[in-house]
Design a binder for this molecule. Sequence first.
Ligand code: ADP
Ligand code: MN
Ligand code: MN
Ligand code: MN
Ligand code: MN
Length: 361
Amino acid sequence: MATTDAVISRTETLNKYLKLDQRGSIIAEYVWIDSEGGTRAKARTLKDKGTEKYEVSELPTWNFDGSSTGQAPGENSDVYLKPVAIFDDPFRGSPNILVLAECINSDGTPNKFNYRHECAKLMEAHAEHEPWFGLEQEYTLLDLNDRPYGWPINGFPAPQGPYYCGVGAGKVVQRDIVDSHYKACLYAGIKIAGTNAEVMPAQWEFQVGPCLGIEMGDHLWMARYLLSRIAEDFGAKISVHPKPIPGDWNGAGLHSNFSTKEMRVEGGMAHIEAAIKKLEGRHKEHIAVYGEDNEKRLTGRHETGAIDQFTWGVANRGASIRIPREVGAKGYGYFEDRRPASNADPYRITGIIVETCFGAV
Ligand code: ADP
Ligand code: MN
Ligand code: MN
Ligand code: MN
Ligand code: MN
């Protein structure tokens, strides 16, 4: 009883403060990508501009202690935070904002873990092709002991089958987190496309896209931040490990759907096939940037292609590249690169796809 009362009163107390007038100020939460493939964030006060919204160029560059995040040495620890995208803040509510920031070293060069810088150059150089991406982020919900939710303490759940797009107790868990995340993404202005329960119990997916060029990485990273932040509210952990449970359990990927202006119109299939040919020639280079531990996932089983082989086909979920059935029938549209792991950096994926199709910068 005492515990329940405490939880209720905390929520109400928080809401009381969240409603307070901010007296002409807004809170900007600066979000950046750390050295471990996660996000970090810290907040600062800015002047409220009323009905006028902040532009990225008006936001101050900030900094953080890179020696505390593995992003800089102790003797030269300041890393700059350069704002690159703004979203509405679903936690504190409008007019407060979330600011995605790139990490820049003190000498002006991009930080080691800043893959956005190179990606943005590629996207700009090949903007005429209007590259669209849609990424499918799979993840696993863990309790604070790193156990997938709903899994028995000793042993395993019943084999895979009932869980994918499952409905009902015993089939899915933690739908409240998934729905909170969906709504928060829409509020923030993230181009979230949908969500579904995955094949392995406690595994879920959300999709972001179609996004144009650099926007793909920006929106996916902010969606990842929101997911971690919301899971924090619920006392859950997010795992983006590509094979969280060894054995006969599906891994987690970041399927990357891609199209260009030329692929999206009649006659597009010739452009799709030409792109796939180019991807085939650089399979190893792609795998190198498609996430850590991906060899544990790309086994040729559990709806994957083998890591050392490049294959493609219409409606083939065991291939590296799948052309959706509908695209095959129409003769134009997009294709899906199924190789990226759930822990890959979207800037690296989208960057190398564009580089392979249209050339380096
Ligand atoms: P799957 O059938 O592989 O599970 P999903 O429905 O989960 O596919 O995800 C498909 C993704 O492809 C979505 O993010 C969607 O926005 C994206 N998408 C749709 N059309 C295009 C396109 N023309 N170019 C790039 N991405 C696209
Ligand atoms: Mn301090
Ligand atoms: Mn999907
Ligand atoms: Mn999936
Ligand atoms: Mn897919």
